[in-house]
Design a binder for this molecule. Structure first.
Ligand code: AMP
Ligand code: FE
Ligand code: FE
Ligand code: ZN
Length: 285
């Protein structure tokens, strides 16, 4: 069983449509794929409609959170997408991404970059708008060669010249909301140091107390030392260990299934979840 529990589609900052994502996941030999767009569940219907036979879809989202001024991402799986409190929080975060992106466009304008909101809006194409869309605009304008190259102090990295904060949820509140909606919480790429400051272990221990289910350990942004340390921490705190690609289509170099999750851990995630069931593919359109 090959299980990839973290993938993005055009519903946020991936480049595969949800239908393309599930087809590509099947073609990559995956048995289980999770759709975890940033702060939205809008891709679910299309992914389910296109789900190939033999592939199972885990519905989810990657929630933007912040603690002690440190941004972090919380993967939420198999929650009830209609549960009102979590839905309201997702919408708050997602909607705030629009004025925030406009703010980054304004800062870029002041820096002499002729990017427009219309350009970013076209690139985002109705998806949950984020820095990768702004970064794609910078690539189109020839300002940087790749999306990753826009994530520097000079441009869009946390605290960078054109960076603007967005509303982000307190992770303890996120855990409470996700649990209340029957979901399971996994701290995404907790040691991705190149993205900025990381959350201290003492805080992760508090999150474990508050109901955090797991840590995403096997991820491209973690080196061997970080993975060893996180595996030890997960053991100490009795947390599940996951691995996943964090696939973004052509906006990142990582491929589907580049990192995977142990089937036993996947089984435990599905046992804990009460908000939704994994969707088995029946060979959709
Ligand atoms: P935002 O949610 O709008 O703040 O943007 C954060 C997103 O930017 C992350 O989820 C990644 O998809 C992407 N990202 C962050 N750092 C990098 C990087 N160095 N290269 C490419 N994409 C990145
Ligand atoms: Fe992303
Ligand atoms: Fe993330
Ligand atoms: Zn992600």
């Amino acid at each position: 069983m090959r299980i990839d529990l973290h993938c993005h589609s055009t519903a946020s900052d991936g480049t595969d449509t949800p239908a393309e994502l599930v087809r590509n996941a099947a073609a990559a030999g995956l048995d289980v794929v999770a759709l975890t767009d940033h702060d939205t569940t809008r891709g679910y219907a299309e992914a389910i409609a296109a789900l190939p036979e033999g592939l199972t879809l885990v519905t989810g989202a990657e929630l933007s959170c912040r603690i002690d001024g440190i941004s972090m991402h919380m993967l939420a799986y198999l929650f009830d997408p209609a549960e009102p409190a979590l839905l309201a929080e997702r919408e708050l975060v997602r909607d705030d991404r629009v004025p925030r992106a406009k703010g980054m466009v304004a800062k870029l304008g002041a820096l002499g970059v002729p990017v427009t909101w219309e350009q970013v809006e076209r690139i985002a194409a109705g998806g949950s708008v984020g820095r990768p869309h702004v970064a794609t605009a910078l690539v189109e304008l020839g300002v940087v060669p790749t999306v990753s190259d826009a994530f520097t102090e000079e441009w869009l990295a946390d605290g960078g010249r054109a960076f603007v904060e967005k509303h982000e949820t307190d992770p303890f509140e996120a855990i409470r909301l996700v649990k209340n909606a029957g979901g399971v919480c996994v701290f995404a790429h907790p040691a991705a140091a190149k993205r900025g400051r990381t959350v201290p272990e003492a805080r992760i221990a508090e999150m474990a107390e508050a109901g955090l289910d797991g840590l995403e350990v096997d991820h491209m942004d973690h080196d061997a030392d970080a993975r060893d340390r996180l595996r030890g921490l997960a053991k100490d705190l009795d947390l599940l260990v996951t691995g996943s690609s964090d696939y973004h289509g052509s906006r990142k170099t990582v491929t589907l299934g580049a990192y995977t999750t142990d089937p036993e851990v996947y089984g435990e995630i599905t046992r804990r979840a009460t908000g939704a069931f994994p969707v088995p593919g029946t060979g959709g359109a």
